[in-house]
Design a protein around this ligand. Structure first.
Ligand SMILES: *Cc1c(COP(=O)(O)O)cnc(C)c1O
Length: 380
């Protein structure tokens, strides 16, 4: 990585942990066999994939036969949501999700809407949390799926997943969560939380881009969306991304060992950054301090233009919201759903920290933001 860049955009992607790179490199070099091949070379690689699958499944307290490897969370969400819709349409055609979901879920649900499904997009409170009473009112006997993200990528808001799963199950619906910003940061037990489908992605947890996974609880029926050689129990045909799978398992192993330590250091840096920035006039925190992941701060700098600020910070990487929609200049749908005006949404910056950030990164960013937003403010 360019060590000069202060990278506070870890919710968009993370650098690869050097230990993850070391683990995967042999599988880009000598250990290149196709794990589906019957020869000994192929079978030796298949054995490594098996071990990796067990390691990853174990990390979320799942069985290894409940894990499907994908290219990332977007593909996993598509396989899950479309697979449920097609498979359970006899029971009903109603799906519930939330207006602040990632586009991977939102746009997949919108596609199903065009195909004759009914989709309820729950609103959120000013805090960014859903109102469980609104969910109770919206859910019906023909609801087949409730999909609510675990941790929001823009604000860090943590939804009450366990309570939501219970509400879904009480009505006989499946519960899915996009846990891309939670896996690796929080301990996750799919059984304790009552999760039927869960997706996550390697490149948000120090593994490379192009690998992700979908957890599918046993007996959940998904109609296949990707046809071919029948890999991954027929749900995701295509030769397995072995180096990616090895990398993801190493990333899970490291997260498992170092989660508490990472949480302590990252939250300390985030809290320092947030406290200093919120001392400035005309600033406010988007979302609440409770129920929020420890690495994210989304702050409104009233009267500013986030894009202009980002453009003026040459060696600092921060975000004005979701990178996935950055091709289009429109206010963040997440902040809008929380009740912010267009102007305030455009004035908001997302700071997302990771385990490689240092106190120097944070001090540099604080200093730069002060200079840019408060040229006349005496902060001596
Ligand atoms: C990054 C992200 C995604 C998309 O993941 P990809 O692996 O890049 O497809 C989905 N949901 C959330 C919450 C994310 O942060």
């Amino acid at each position: 990585m360019n060590s000069k860049v202060k990278f506070l955009d870890n919710n968009s992607t993370t650098p690869i942990d050097p230990r993850v790179l070391d683990a995967m490199l042999p599988f880009l070099q000598d250990n290149f066999a196709n794990p589906s091949s019957t020869h000994h070379f192929g079978q030796s690689i298949n054995e490594k994939v098996k071990q990796a699958r067990e390691q990853i499944a174990d990390f979320i307290n799942a069985d290894s036969n409940e894990l499907i490897f994908t290219s990332g969370a977007t593909e996993a969400s598509n396989i899950a949501i479309k697979g449920v819709a097609e498979s359970y349409s006899n029971k009903g055609k109603h799906i519930i999700t939330v207006s602040t979901e990632h586009k991977a879920v939102l746009d997949t649900c919108k596609d199903l809407k065009r195909k004759g499904f009914e989709v309820t997009f729950l609103s959120v409170l000013q805090s960014g949390l859903i109102d469980l009473a609104e969910l109770q009112k919206a859910i019906r006997p023909d609801t087949i799926l409730v999909s609510v993200m675990y941790v929001n990528n823009e604000t860090g808001v943590i939804q009450p997943i366990k309570e939501i799963a219970t509400i879904a199950h009480d009505m006989g619906a499946l519960f899915m969560t996009d846990a891309t910003q939670a896996v690796g940061k929080l301990e996750i037990d799919v059984n304790d939380l009552g999760i039927d489908l869960l997706c996550f992605s390697g490149h948000k947890m120090y593994a490379p881009k192009g690998i992700g996974a979908l957890y599918v609880r046993n007996k959940t029926k998904l109609t296949s969306q990707i046809h071919g050689g029948g890999h991954e129990q027929g749900l995701r045909s295509g030769t397995l991304n072995v180096p990616g799978i090895i990398a993801l398992s190493k990333a899970c192993e490291l997260a498992n060992q170092e989660m508490t330590q990472n949480q302590n250091t990252i939250s300390e840096l985030r809290d320092r950054l947030e406290a200093e920035l919120l001392k400035l006039p005309n600033t406010s925190l988007n979302s609440v301090s409770q129920n929020r992941i420890y690495n994210t701060a989304n702050i409104c700098f009233k009267g500013q233009d986030a894009n202009v600020l980002i453009g003026r910070m040459k060696n600092i990487a921060i975000s004005n919201g979701s990178a996935c929609s950055s091709a289009v200049v429109e206010p963040s749908h997440v902040l809008k759903a929380m009740g912010l005006s267009d102007d305030d949404a455009f004035a908001s910056l997302r700071f997302s920290l990771g385990k490689f950030n240092t106190i120097e990164d944070v001090e540099t960013v604080i200093q730069k933001i002060k200079e840019l937003t408060q040229p006349n403010f005496n902060y001596a």
